[in-house]
Design a protein around this ligand. Structure first.
Ligand SMILES: NC(=O)c1ccc[n+]([C@@H]2O[C@H](COP(=O)([O-])OP(=O)(O)OC[C@H]3O[C@@H](n4cnc5c(N)ncnc54)[C@H](O)[C@@H]3O)[C@@H](O)[C@H]2O)c1
Length: 254
């Protein structure tokens, strides 16, 4: 039985993942963490300052974090040093926060999956973008993403991963975030962010040449696609050797 604690228990992703795990037969939800105490799916939810004691008492195998960058930067190192495997989905981490997490995972000698997007479709989409970028290396490139009105970070972690792939294949190119006024296009990647309503997650990459454009796009219709991926990663990480893995390892895409 894989014992699981979810950080961000009362959030959109935490609730969706909790709902799936509470019905799995090989997993046991043993608790949650959020900014207020309470219960979810009949297990206790504690605050982050109670996390070290809570982890020592419930002894989870895996801690899943879908919170905000600042919280993940505190909670994930605590979980790693306690010896728990990590599934990290929180986006918007700065370099210092990410380094702190990576160091704690190394010090704790635990296995972790870190991904800006746990959907299977997006992970396959990333491989398509990499392939397309090689072939359209002299085309103009524009990246567009849209999310719900409550999303805190922009551009999305997924869009940042798309930019990283493009830079690895055809970079370095300047990244221009939106345009206003008198602008002249040079060799750059344009990045455009839309926020509104309850959009779960749209991403598109346009390769534009003379007289033609090619656009690759991905749309998530329900956040259960991320949650199902995170649960799949939880099952996969259990018993793995220490180290940081990606969803491409979970899905055997590499
Ligand atoms: N990797 C992926 O596939 C993927 C998919 C969707 C969302 N996300 C990311 O996951 C994160 C959460 O997204 P969401 O839509 O569920 O957000 P949300 O705002 O609905 O939930 C975040 C939760 O974290 C809680 N929280 C804040 N500070 C905390 C702390 N110190 N300790 C514990 N909990 C704390 C909040 O109270 C809230 O309940 C975001 O960073 C988002 O970008 C990643």
């Amino acid at each position: 039985m894989i014992k699981v604690v979810i950080c961000g228990a009362f959030g959109r992703m935490g609730t969706t993942i909790g709902s799936i795990i509470s019905k799995e037969t090989d997993m046991q939800l043993v608790g949650g963490v959020d900014i207020k105490k309470g219960t979810f799916f009949d297990v206790p939810v504690v605050t982050s300052d109670e996390l070290p004691g809570f982890l020592s008492s419930v002894k989870p195998d895996v801690v899943i974090d879908f919170t905000i960058a600042q919280a993940a930067a505190q909670n994930v190192p605590v979980a790693a040093r306690t010896g728990c495997a990590i599934i990290l989905g929180t986006t918007g981490l700065n370099q210092e926060q990410r380094k702190g997490i990576d160091d704690a995972i190394a010090q704790g000698e635990v296995p972790a999956v870190i991904s800006t997007n746990y959907s299977i479709g997006m992970n396959i989409f990333w491989t398509l973008i990499r392939d397309a970028a090689k072939k359209f290396s002299d085309y103009d490139i524009e990246v567009t993403e849209a999310h719900h009105r409550y999303k805190k970070d922009a551009p999305s972690g997924t869009a940042r991963t798309i930019l990283q792939i493009l830079q690895e294949e055809i970079g370095p190119r300047e990244e221009v975030f939106g345009r206003e006024g008198m602008t002249e296009r040079s060799s750059e990647i344009g990045v455009h962010v839309i926020r509104g309503g309850d959009i779960v997650g749209d991403h598109a990459v346009m390769f534009a040449g003379n007289y033609e454009t090619v656009t690759l796009s991905h749309r998530a219709y329900d956040r259960s696609v991320f949650a199902e991926g995170a649960v799949r990663a939880t099952r996969w990480i259990f018993g793995k050797k220490p180290g940081i893995y990606g969803m491409k390892d979970v899905l055997n895409l590499s």
